[in-house]
Design a protein around this ligand. Structure first.
Ligand code: FHN
Length: 408
């Protein structure tokens, strides 16, 4: 988990046949497109501008440390060559193993690489009618085992296996039951024998290494690995949506990244490339702005630990050892007040300018940082680095009456 905790920020890529239609990755199911009609898209799918090194360059520019690609989504279309399916980008119009290109480009750029793989495949009626069509259900499971084995064997070292779609069509069966259906424990043991270093998420029904809150940032218990995944577009779709004017703003995205880092978790931010394979301008611009911010403020994020200090009204703390990082979302002006600080602060500086600020401790645990600029150097998130003479700890909550009387 060491690299994962150091990384804190990853780029998710949802790309597949559905990208052609521009109505999100659920289009086949939502619009009840028959499998044979949907399959014809594979003969139109030829992403001419897909240059995986450009995806990697975007991830690097964003300050992301790893990328995760949808090797296959719920529609069953593989971006890799598979011996057990003809429904792949290698055997249809594109004639390309996009997963191979992705891995090569990611490694070359010094990024870690992860594979998203949907266990379910809508083309199998047995997925929907498991009891009535057990043969079809078993064939789908066998296909998943064979393809995960291919993914774990044919592309060298893979850092993350990002399962999805483990749930049942009824949406009610507990995930432990689903794990039995997929024979997930057996599959994951095989994955680990092929890729001993790999991190596996919790979506096969077995908890494995990572919790995966979706479209929200929610920390797991301390010590447990977790990663929040989120779309840039403010709608449900993860794959390309042609008309999607509602995109999260850079301040919103930075706040999510900080919130994940504050809970010792990662932020996996999704792009849905256009049908030609290029990342759309609106997503690219946001990622690059995040990367600019990380260049100056990355020490507050990469390798972050939880910090027990109060946040006050300003923003969120992250920490590394005895150094606290106050990520400020609401700039206070020349003076910032941190409540209930027990540990002695030694120095403070603003990361954006490197300029030292003055510090004083007041009798009731208030730490006052002064000499800050009236206007924040960065329009949305500014970080004050505070060095303490031990791991920063909050004061115990004072007796309320004593506090109100000014005696605390
Ligand atoms: O149904 C998918 C969805 O399309 C997308 O891939 C997300 C990403 O986490 N996962 C599923 C829903 O949980």
């Amino acid at each position: 988990m060491k690299w994962f905790h150091e990384a804190r920020f990853g780029m998710f890529i949802h790309f597949g046949l559905y990208s052609l239609l521009g109505r999100g990755e659920w289009v086949m199911s939502e619009e009840r497109i028959p499998a044979a009609e949907y399959a014809k898209l594979a003969w139109r799918f030829n992403p001419k501008k897909l240059d995986a090194s450009k995806w990697a360059a975007t991830a690097k520019a964003a300050g992301a440390k790893y990328m995760v690609l949808t090797t296959r989504h719920h529609d069953g279309f593989c971006l890799f060559d598979s011996k057990v399916s003809d429904f792949t980008s290698a055997k249809t119009a594109a004639g390309r193993d996009i997963v191979a290109e992705f891995v090569t480009a990611g490694r070359k750029a010094g990024l870690r690489v992860g594979f998203y793989y949907s266990l379910l495949d809508w083309r199998f009626p047995g997925y929907f009618e498991q009891d009535k069509l057990p043969g079809s259900a078993r064939a789908m499971v066998a296909q998943a085992h064979a393809q995960v084995r291919e993914l774990m064997t044919n592309y060298g070292r893979i850092d993350v296996l990002w399962y999805d779609g483990g749930w049942g069509a009824d949406g009610k069966t507990p995930m432990q039951e689903r794990a039995k259906f997929w024979r997930a424990a057996e599959l994951n043991a095989e994955v680990r024998s092929l890729q001993p270093h790999i991190l596996i998420n919790n979506r096969s029904g077995v908890s494995e290494d990572l919790d995966t809150p979706e479209q929200r940032v929610e920390a797991s218990a301390a010590g447990r690995g977790w990663e929040s995944c989120m779309t840039i577009g403010d709608s449900y779709g993860w794959g390309y949506i042609a008309n999607n004017p509602n995109m999260k703003t850079v301040p919103q995205l930075l706040q999510h990244l900080v919130a994940a880092a504050a809970g010792e978790g990662n932020f996996l931010l999704n792009v849905g490339p256009r049908p030609d394979g290029a990342i759309r301008r609106e997503e690219e611009a946001r990622l690059r702005a995040m990367g600019q911010w990380l260049k100056t403020n990355g020490r507050a994020i990469y390798g972050s630990q939880r910090c027990d200090l109060r946040w006050g009204m300003l923003g969120m703390w992250t920490r590394k050892g005895n150094v606290g990082y106050l990520n400020i979302f609401r700039w206070p002006g020349e003076e910032a007040v941190i409540p209930l600080v027990a540990t002695k602060a030694l120095s403070a500086r603003l990361l954006a300018t490197g300029k030292k600020a003055a510090i004083r401790h007041e009798h009731n645990g208030r730490l006052v940082i002064s000499g800050l600029p009236k206007k924040p150097p960065h329009p949305c998130v500014n970080v004050i680095e505070v060095k303490f003479d031990g791991e920063p700890q909050p004061l115990a909550e004072p007796d309320r009456a004593a506090w109100l009387d000014g005696k605390a």
